[in-house]
Design a binder for this molecule. Structure first.
Ligand code: SAH
Ligand code: SF4
Length: 354
């Protein structure tokens, strides 16, 4: 089976190429072409020395042992304010995933997918509504970021600054590929993202949270909470039957204690379902003693869920209760609703149109 060069961390690439008789300088040149420059073709690169060019011709061309992950752009939409660009990328097997670039220049953020579909089934989420298709490989996650980098470069903009794993899929259900991708993307010889500018968002996969804590990972953690009541949460987030709320909060406490890091809690505001002052009191009580920041996100309506977004006064009142209880929060207006900004919505829209 051919392997994607995008799947390799620097040390893994070094081992593979040195076994083929190449020298460390060749490994560095190939890595820079793939991971720093985001090359889509390795042929005729002037900086490659003859042995490396021969290796590429023999092993990384048509029918070779290695290939490059090069997702095709199936759709490319820009929000009317020009600040959000959403790509539907087609993978080699025809699966489509979403990748979003937010911000025009400077403080840019990429939002990438970690799976095709998702097994977690959150009722309000377009990706959850389509079910699980497959995990992405590390290289397929890396390739989304490189696509965004090339987009920024084509504009003459500065390189990507922030990365959030908030596209399609549950990152901690695909732990190894996700952490390998993040090792590659934070390598300072490549895209060189700062770990403190990377956020892993999880529905609450408890073993994954404990593993991040155990491994002392320096990334930010966001936990999609949505409700502080076990049975109300189970109705919105079926995965919470497998990892109950009390176990999730215990894992968050352990994560906080081991890493000393603040945890972000995501709360999709759904009118009449989880946006009352009582709900705000509940979450403040639940998170007492945890270094927490709550991100309130008005629901993006999807075809498979009848709920609607909370109105602004309800969101403000909710936030006011959190403030009184000493819990910091931000209401995040989802930018670019006109480009189907909710996760999985662009793919769902294209599927309906087809
Ligand atoms: N699976 C991970 C990351 C991808 S979802 C997780 O659930 O955290 C990223 C965020 O988008 C989550 O907080 C999720 O709850 C939220 N989200 C999904 N669908 C949404 C919608 N229709 N409206 C608003 N937020 C949504
Ligand atoms: Fe999966 Fe996250 Fe969507 Fe839930 S919100 S179905 S975990 S992608």
């Amino acid at each position: 089976m051919p392997a994607s060069l995008h799947d390799f961390t620097f040390p893994a690439l070094d081992r593979a190429l040195v076994a083929d008789g190449l020298r460390p300088a060749h490994v560095g040149a190939l890595w820079r072409a793939v991971q720093r420059d985001g090359a889509l073709s390795l042929a005729a690169r002037a900086e490659f020395s003859p042995p490396l060019a021969r290796w590429v011709a023999e092993h990384a061309g048509e029918g070779g042992r290695y290939f490059l992950d090069e997702p095709a752009v199936a759709a490319d939409t820009a929000s009317s304010d020009g600040l959000t660009r959403k790509f539907l990328l087609r993978l080699a097997d025809g699966q489509t995933i979403e990748t979003v670039l937010m911000g025009y220049t400077g403080r840019t953020t990429a939002c990438v997918s970690t799976q095709a579909g998702c097994a977690m089934g959150c009722v309000f989420c377009a990706t959850g509504q389509m079910g699980f298709v497959r995990h992405l490989r590390a290289g397929e996650i890396v390739a989304q970021v490189l696509h965004v980098q090339r987009t920024l470069r084509a504009r003459g903009a500065a390189g990507l600054r922030n990365l959030v794993l908030m596209g399609m899929g549950e990152p901690l259900h695909n732990y190894d590929a996700v952490l390998t991708a993040l090792e590659i993307l934070t390598d300072d010889r490549g895209v060189a993202l700062a770990p403190s500018r990377v956020t892993i968002s999880t529905v609450g996969v408890v073993p994954g949270i404990l593993r991040l804590a155990e491994e002392r990972r320096a990334f930010n953690l966001a936990v999609s909470l949505h409700s502080a009541d076990a049975s109300e949460r189970a109705a919105l987030v079926p995965a919470s039957r497998r990892w109950p709320l009390d176990e999730l909060i215990a894992a968050c406490r352990e994560y906080g204690a081991k890493t000393g890091r603040r945890i972000f809690f995501e709360w999709t505001l759904i009118a009449g379902a989880n946006d009352s002052p009582r709900h705000a009191e509940q979450v403040a009580a639940l998170l007492a003693g945890i270094r927490a920041h709550v991100n309130l996100i008005p629901l993006n309506p999807t075809n498979g869920f009848a709920g609607t977004a909370s109105a602004s006064p309800a969101a403000r009142e909710f936030q006011g209760v959190l403030r009184e209880r000493g819990l910091p929060s931000t209401v995040r207006q989802r930018r670019g609703i006109d480009v189907a900004a909710g996760c999985g919505q662009l793919r769902a829209e294209k599927a309906r149109a087809a």
